[in-house]
Ligand binder design. Structure first.
Ligand SMILES: *Cc1c(COP(=O)(O)O)cnc(C)c1O
Length: 382
């Protein structure tokens, strides 16, 4: 049966379409004024002086670690509950990912576990603002400053979130966003890094275009054909076509986050009376952006497990999902890093009961009631 309620989906308006068409009729399809305008808008939302837009969130992670100079011989502390891209980016620059377990209630990286993993080789900490809730950036900042480490936020889930009143984007040295269609706003594929550090922003701009320092526009202004490749970069550019969509979408971020939050709170209330379905903890000093709505299934009756509940919901056309299989249990990482079960017991135990329920701005109250009813039926079946 088709998944007629997906776990997430984009919203595209006529204004979005018109904005894209306008760029198609203009002189610049890529590396033009709309990229710069999108970057300025994004820096405004993040509360930073710079934003650098790139081809996707994974490229943004890669650019961030490159800009910090992380490389072979360095260790980078990462959480196990994240998309594989967070860990892969560490490997792209030749560094060693070191897993620090998560907090059992929020599934955010646990600052105590982070502190335990620090060695003389540690260069950076990547915190993932999982589900759309900011990490404990104050404690992570204190640890980083105490050991002279860089702080990177993987905020691919958390555009529009806040921590102690401050916007996500301005809390780490570098903050990474993704604009894949399941995320808060989309450019089709796309990503960005926000920062207050001009030198890092300049390095990332060079990195996204082969390691070449000057853009074609710079060369036009200087009336020269010369350019210097000063590092080994990549083609990680984003187009003006994509950024037109991004700008148009970004204008609707606030109402979208408010809608997601209202729906998540309604889910929380619906599950109040269902002891075997426990929402993740949302902390009072953070404004959760709810990229994802996750529950943990506990104490299911008899032979019932998360897999059975997952299949029962999928059979009814409800696009439940699981975010994420702990990265240190992936075959590639087991093989190359020598990780495996037992390394992050809190993450591993939480994973067994995790289930992502549908959440996106177009989800209706009727859809939510249908999802909740189906979850309740599934967990009560024996
Ligand atoms: C989506 C996502 C990424 C990667 O973003 P892409 O744009 O798909 O490359 C990285 N980290 C997390 C936590 C994500 O959710």
């Amino acid at each position: 049966m088709s998944q007629n309620i997906p776990y997430g989906r984009q919203s595209i308006s006529e204004e979005d379409i018109a904005a894209v068409v306008e760029v198609l009729r203009s002189d610049f399809l890529t590396t033009g004024p709309t990229v710069a305008a999108f970057e300025a808008d994004l820096a405004g939302v993040a509360g930073t002086t710079h934003a650098v837009a790139v081809s996707n969130g994974t490229a943004a992670l890669h650019a961030a670690l490159f800009a910090l100079g992380v490389g072979p011989g360095d260790e980078v502390i990462v959480p196990p509950i994240t998309f594989v891209a967070t860990v892969n980016a560490v490997l792209y620059v030749g560094a060693q990912p070191v897993f620090a377990d998560v907090d059992g209630e929020t599934l955010l990286i646990d600052p105590e576990r982070v502190a335990e993993q620090i060695t003389p080789k540690t260069r950076a900490i990547i915190g993932v603002d999982y589900a759309g809730q900011a990490c404990d950036w104050e404690r992570l900042r204190a640890i980083a400053e105490g050991h002279d480490l860089s702080l990177v936020a993987d905020a691919c889930h958390a555009l529009g979130a806040r921590y102690q009143g401050r916007p996500v984007g301005s809390l780490a040295d570098l903050t990474v966003f993704s604009f894949h269609p399941v995320k808060h706003i989309t450019t089709g594929e796309g990503g960005a890094i926000t920062t207050d550090d001009e030198a890092l922003a300049t390095r990332m701009r060079m990195f996204r275009s082969h390691g070449i320092a000057a853009t074609p526009a710079d060369r036009d202004r200087q009336v020269t054909w010369e350019y210097s490749q000063v590092a080994l970069g990549y083609n990680y550019r984003i187009t003006d076509i994509q950024c037109a969509l991004g700008r148009s979408q970004l204008a609707r971020l606030e109402p979208w986050v408010a809608a997601r939050r209202a729906m998540a709170e309604a889910y929380d209330r619906d599950f109040d009376a269902v002891p075997s379905v426990r929402p993740l903890l949302s902390l009072p000093d953070r404004d959760h952006a709810y990229h994802l709505y996750m529950v943990r299934l506990t104490d299911l009756p008899g032979a019932l497990d998360r897999g059975a509940v997952f299949r029962a919901l999928r059979e009814q056309g409800i696009g439940v999902n699981v975010h994420y299989i702990p990265v240190h249990l992936q075959p590639y990482h087991r093989e190359t890093l020598g990780t495996g079960p037992g390394l992050c017991p809190v993450a591993e135990a939480a994973y067994e009961g995790l289930l992502t329920l549908p959440l996106y701005p177009g989800l209706t109250d009727g859809d939510r009631v249908r999802v909740v009813q189906a979850v309740c039926d599934a967990v009560q079946a024996s």
